[in-house]
Design a protein around this ligand. Structure first.
Ligand code: DQA
Length: 147
């Protein structure tokens, strides 16, 4: 199984940006964490980070026919992007939405997710472990589908 892991705008600033909310670990640490989890769970991952909505749409489209599932932290685009919602729906791959922080406990504008309707699950507030949980969710989902 191969999963595409997409991280949206400003997640490349992890470690520097609002450490009280997002912690002191960097984006490179996050990549290492995801690669380690993937290895333990026996799946391949492709990692992509972009600050650009269109680039994220392009990357989701490229996954069509190649990846088995998508893990996406759309960051601020979560709360604005119909284009990312439509791209996820267009490719029809099982997708899991991840947020490091608990978006339900923050400003009201973060409580709305445009991408959630295209995702089988939303995981928020688990920090880096949310990505591990997302991999597990996709593995379970896909093995159920095969049986
Ligand atoms: C985030 C939450 C978003 O509201 C915010 O814009 C981010 C990160 C998270 O991982 O907690 O950039 O997606």
């Amino acid at each position: 199984m191969t999963f595409l892991v997409i991280n949206g705008p400003n997640l490349n600033m992890l470690g520097i940006r609002e450490p009280d909310i997002y912690g002191r670990r960097t984006y490179a640490d996050l990549e290492a964490h995801i690669r380690g989890a993937a290895q333990r769970l026996g799946v391949a991952v492709e990692l992509f980070q972009s600050n650009h909505e269109g680039a994220i749409v392009d990357r989701i489209q490229e996954a069509y026919g190649k990846a088995d599932g998508i893990i996406i932290n759309p960051a601020a685009y979560t709360h604005t992007s119909i284009a990312i919602l439509d791209a996820l729906k267009a490719v029809g791959l099982p997708a899991v939405e991840v947020h490091l922080s608990d978006i339900s406990q923050r400003e009201p504008f973060r409580r709305v997710s445009y991408v959630a309707p295209a995702c089988i699950r939303t995981i928020a507030g688990m920090g880096f472990d949310g990505y591990t949980e997302a991999i597990r969710t996709l593995v379970e989902h896909l093995s159920r589908r095969e049986n």
